[in-house]
Design a protein around this ligand. Sequence first.
Ligand code: C5P
Length: 234
Amino acid sequence: MQEQNRIIIALDMASTDEVMALLQQLDPASCRVKVGKELFTRFGPELVRKISDMGFDIFLDLKFHDIPNTVHKAVAAAAELGVWMLTLHASGGADMLRAARDAIADLEHKPLLVAVTLLTSLEEDDLIVQGVQRSPLEQVQRLASLAQECGMDGVVCSAAEAGELRKLLRKDFLLVTPGIRPQGDRADDQKRIVTPAAAVREGSDYLVIGRPITRAREPLEKLASIQKEISGVN
Ligand code: C5P
């Protein structure tokens, strides 16, 4: 992938002041930002518009999962906000995924539609409880293939799974990976962490990174050092 601007900073903060303090230090040409459920539920579309007006590409991570008609309308509403990328659950099924695709078919500036396969918080035992007799990796592969067949632009996956998915999916199908920690950084609550360079080597296109940057004493320097780390890989 030729894209230089591969880092998506997760804005998992509790106040708009904190968000703005970080964004004012950042250059929209050198990173993108993720607005998740917590921030969106507190501050809503108004904050999304404000961040967008500052020139940042926004990854709206609301993981839509509903009946096709509802998801169609929610995706259309997100597209009106001008977001760059958004998420939905592949487990919502083929009709739901196609309804999402249809919602933006006629738009000139389409958001990228990225599917969540299996939440990384779920393990084999959780699948058994849900009646799924497959390993987590097999389930991820199955849902990623479904997402590709239904016209999604990519999937969110763990960087540890990216290598396997790369073999299975179209070359230009996007792999968006959280759970990234530069060497020596705290894991926080992430269980299977991968370094930025290793994630890119495994085939990741976009790296979602939160606390290593947002909690750094010098976020800008931290971002620059991660960018340097991945610039030599490929
Ligand atoms: O701070 P940290 O780098 O761990 O943030 C990672 C971001 O990616 C958070 O917003 C988290 O919710 C999200 N995420 C994740 N693991 C997944 C899916 C999303 O860490 N499997």
